[in-house]
Design a protein around this ligand. Sequence first.
Ligand SMILES: [Zn+2]
Length: 73
Amino acid sequence: MDKRGEKEGGEEMKACKDCGMVVSSKTDICPNCKTSRLSDEWHGLVIIIKPKKSIIAEKLMIKTRGKYALKVR
Ligand SMILES: [Zn+2]
């Protein structure tokens, strides 16, 4: 039996104030820039799979694949 990935529906997510990476609310430190400045007030989820080929990633200056918030308060 296959184990499916974690459900995201209904799960609280937080976003890093420094790089914008979106992480689970259970996470205390951003895996990208190692800061603990995470906010639960954020808007606009962007998923970056290929940072080098993405115009959005370029605009947001994202170099690592992952989920990012457009705006973090
Ligand atoms: Zn970060």
